[in-house]
Design a protein around this ligand. Structure first.
Ligand SMILES: [Zn+2]
Length: 278
């Protein structure tokens, strides 16, 4: 699933390609991809619009339309991709929506079909239509994601820290990869309960979250099976990952075998020596 660095990489790609070009025609190939308005009303709603700039909030992409024509929201979920391509390029098997812009096209491809696209009408704020935005916690790079905020949030929570980091209401944008990576860098076992962590552990964890996300953005994200940048290339973080996807391999710090366990239906990778049980 694309996480903050992958979505941020897509956002930068969209800003480098799609701006100031007119959406001439929109073809919806799978109705349920369009969350708002109804799929048959969607093409007319954005006909003639141009993208002014693309924003990101958590894992949501928000395209601001020029001339106050509203916003276009996208959540890639598990396998969504936005590709900048030529209209005559062979159609991907899982293409769901096509935005035709003259001699270029923005194409939404999604194998598992969990991704969503919204049009936010003029005069309405994106959270009014994209309601998932309402419950998002602070952005990891913002001042609101402070040491005090992080410590206070953890104090009363009894669930494993790994699960907490995946909770988008704690901090927006982290998923499985960067939760595992930041816990490793902080020598914290993923099963440790939130309230058991003291400020000497939480402050470094908060710093490592920010650091690992930035490192991955600099590498254009991690290449997942279904993640691509808008021009179809791969991200490079995976090759330098500390533990994510390295089950059975030697820890880069201590040579101990990396383990993988199931936690709340997701996998957690950790080094038993670097990240001892609390
Ligand atoms: Zn180790």
């Amino acid at each position: 699933m694309p996480e903050l660095p992958e979505v941020e990489t897509v956002r930068r790609g969209l800003n480098a390609t799609t701006l100031n070009q007119t959406i001439l025609k929109t073809i919806v190939l799978l109705d349920r991809t369009i969350a708002y308005p109804e799929a048959n009303l969607f093409p007319n709603a954005i006909a003639g619009c141009q993208f002014k700039t693309w924003h990101r909030r958590g894992k949501y992409l928000i395209g601001e339309l020029a001339n106050e024509a509203g916003h276009l929201g996208v959540h890639l979920r598990m396998t969504g991709q936005l590709l900048w391509t030529k209209p005559d390029a062979p159609l991907e098997k899982h293409a769901r929506v096509r935005f035709l812009m003259g001699d270029q096209e923005l194409r939404y491809v999604d194998q598992r079909t969990f991704g969503k696209i919204w049009w936010v009408p003029p005069g309405q704020e994106p959270p009014e239509i994209m309601t998932g935005l309402q419950s998002l916690g602070p952005e990891p790079f913002s001042d609101a994601f402070s040491e005090t905020y992080f410590q206070t949030w953890m104090q009363s929570r009894k669930r494993p820290i790994k699960n907490a980091l995946l909770d988008q209401s704690l901090v927006a944008g982290i998923g499985n990869i960067y939760a595992d990576e930041s816990l490793f860098l902080s020598n914290i076992n993923p099963l440790t309960h939130c309230y058991q962590l003291n400020p000497k552990q939480l402050n470094p964890l908060r710093s490592h979250i920010i650091e690992v996300l930035q490192t991955s953005i600099d590498a254009s994200g991690t290449t997942l099976r279904d993640y691509r940048t808008v021009d179809g290339t791969n991200g490079n973080y995976g090759a330098q990952a500390w533990i994510y996807g390295r089950e059975g391999k030697a820890c880069r710090v201590c040579d101990t075998e990396i383990q993988r366990i199931k936690l709340a239906g997701r996998s957690a990778h950790f080094c038993p020596k670097c990240q001892p049980q609390h």
